[in-house]
Each structure stands twice: as structure tokens, then as C-alpha cells.
Design a protein around this ligand. Structure first.
Ligand code: BTN
Length: 290
């Protein structure tokens, strides 16, 4: 890790000693305080950490957990990531100053399946963005969030021995020089929102949903904001591209589809649409409240 203007040592859990100056340490403490305030009552018992630069907030939590240096639940943010990870082995471009990069490590209640966690996370991000900006993102199964036809948020959930890590990346502004071609249909909220407050509100909605053990509310919201139902999509099966029609979202977050072999429920993976269709289906009605 590189920090400039060093004047004191700081040890992050499980990391090598990194050097940051007093001002930087103070900024991180203020960030953690903002996150705690936004978490409100849901923050009880949650460990909060804000870092400057890191490799990946998901990787950090995984390594801290492996080293036994972590408290669960934990919410971690970073100003930027040098090795941000996306789904399906992709890179997640994470420059400083334009995005929110956060991960939550939680121990879900027994028998909670991963699909539900993913749904809760997507709904929590939508609700927090809507609360703080008035914008209403739409969800593309399973957990990409779109605004004005562009992907503004991705979620990477990973199971580890100590629980589940839910990593969330939100593009607040376009990076200087624009999104790289590999970012595909990426866009940004372009909203004046404090990223630490957003991290805390996402955490609050997510933990509230998790603690309630009532998944019905989240799935209702998810269905209302996931406009693929009734649409033709493509998906991969056994290395082959298949076409199907989406018939709905199952109670545990699977994508219900129908193809020439009958009805199926997709549990993981990714579905695709033509780029014109993405633009059309996920075009947002700005400022719509729900
Ligand atoms: C995707 O769209 O494929 C998922 C992107 C997930 C990115 C977030 S940013 C915070 C956390 N740390 C990572 O390395 N990835 C997730």
C-alpha cells in the first residue's frame, strides 16, 4: 500500500504495517463515524473500517478472516481498489474519488441460502440510493443495478468459512477519462451523495432485511424493480447459448424461465439481452419514487 506524507505507523488487522499520516488517519476515523451514523440502530455490534487504498475489500475481509483477525459482522470500505474483483472472474475498475467500494461480512441465519442474500443486497443498494438521491435504479437478475440503461452497481457475494462476504461497487461518477471498454455498459449515478453515508445506509437496509428473517418484503421489492419478466433472454448452459422467456422470480430469488424444453429456474450465472434491449428495458424514469 502506498500512502504519501507519512508520519506515523498504522497497523490494519492482518496487513503488513502501512504508513499513513495523522491527517489521513483522522480522515479515515471521520469516514468510519459517518458510516456508523448512517447505519443507525442496525450498526449495533458491527465493526466498521474505512481504508484508503487496498487491493480488494472482498479479498481483505477474506484474508483477515483466514488469519482470525476479524469480527463478524464487519463493514469495510476503501477509497480505491488496485485489484477490484467482479463476478465470473472479471476485473472491477475501482479508481479513487468516483466510486463506493464496500464489503460486508455477515453470518447469515442458519439455512439462509445464497440466493436470498444476493436479493437482499440488491434491494438494499436500490433502497439506499433511492433514499439519498431520489434515483430509482432497476435490477437485472441477479444483482446488477442499472440506471438510464447503464450498469451503475455490481455485487459480488462470496461464501467463506466464517460467513458470507457481500462486496458492492457503486459508480458515483464516471472515472476521469471515462469507463474502460472492458466495463461494458457501465454508467454512473452522477449524484451528489456522500459515499460513506451511502455505505452506511446500504448496510442498514441489508442488515435490517437479514435480521427480520422476513424475506417476503425484499422479494416483493425485487420483483417490482426487476423488469425482465416477460422478456426474451439468452443464457449459457453446458457451454451453449440458449434462448428463453423469463416468467418471473421464484420466492428464493431464482430466475424462472421457459425454453423449448420446458420451465426451469436459474440459480446462478448471467443472462443477456441485446444492447438495444438493455437500453430500453433498463431506461430509468428519473426521480420516480416508490
Ligand atoms: C460485478 O459487477 O461483477 C460485481 C462487482 C463487485 C465489485 C465490488 S467493489 C467492492 C468489492 N470488492 C471487490 O473486489 N469486488 C466487490
Amino acid at each position: 500500500m502506498n500512502y504519501k506524507g507519512c508520519s506515523c505507523f498504522f497497523k490494519g488487522a492482518g496487513e503488513k504495517f502501512s504508513i499513513i499520516n495523522g491527517k489521513e488517519a483522522e480522515r479515515m476515523r471521520e469516514a468510519e463515524e459517518k458510516i456508523r451514523q448512517a447505519l443507525g440502530a442496525q450498526g449495533q455490534g458491527v465493526r466498521v473500517r474505512a481504508l484508503g487504498e487496498t487491493d480488494s475489500t472482498n479479498t481483505r475481509l477474506k484474508e483477515w478472516a483466514r488469519a482470525g483477525e476479524i469480527h463478524v459482522p464487519c463493514l469495510l470500505t476503501a477509497d480505491c481498489q488496485t485489484a477490484g474483483r467482479g463476478r465470473l472472474g472479471r476485473r472491477f475498475v475501482s479508481p479513487a474519488g468516483t466510486g463506493l467500494y464496500m464489503s460486508l461480512l455477515i453470518q447469515p441465519p442458519e439455512n439462509t441460502d445464497g440466493g436470498k442474500i444476493t436479493i437482499l443486497a440488491a434491494v438494499a443498494v436500490c433502497r439506499a440510493i433511492h433514499e439519498l438521491t431520489g434515483l430509482q435504479p432497476k435490477i437485472k437478475w441477479v444483482n446488477d443495478l442499472f440506471l438510464n440503461g447503464k450498469k451503475v452497481c455490481g455485487i459480488l457475494a462470496e461464501k467463506i468459512d466464517q460467513g458470507i462476504i457481500v462486496g458492492i461497487g457503486v459508480n458515483l461518477l464516471p472515472p476521469p477519462g471515462g469507463f474502460p471498454p472492458e466495463a461494458g455498459a457501465a454508467g454512473a449515478l452522477n449524484a451528489d451523495v456522500d459515499r460513506f453515508t451511502l455505505a452506511g445506509r446500504i448496510g442498514a437496509y441489508f442488515l435490517d432485511g437479514l435480521n427480520k428473517l422476513d424475506f417476503g418484503d425484499a422479494i416483493t421489492y425485487y420483483r417490482a424493480h426487476m423488469p425482465l419478466t416477460g422478456r426474451e433472454i439468452h443464457y449459457q448452459k453446458d457451454g451453449q447459448q440458449k434462448n428463453a422467456r423469463v416468467t418471473g422470480v421464484s420466492d428464493d430469488g431464482g430466475l424462472m424461465i421457459e425454453d423449448d424444453t420446458g420451465p426451469h429456474v436459474l440459480r446462478t450465472g448471467e443472462v443477456s439481452l441485446g444492447s438495444r434491449e438493455v437500453e430500453d428495458i433498463f431506461r430509468d424514469e428519473l426521480g420516480v419514487r416508490s
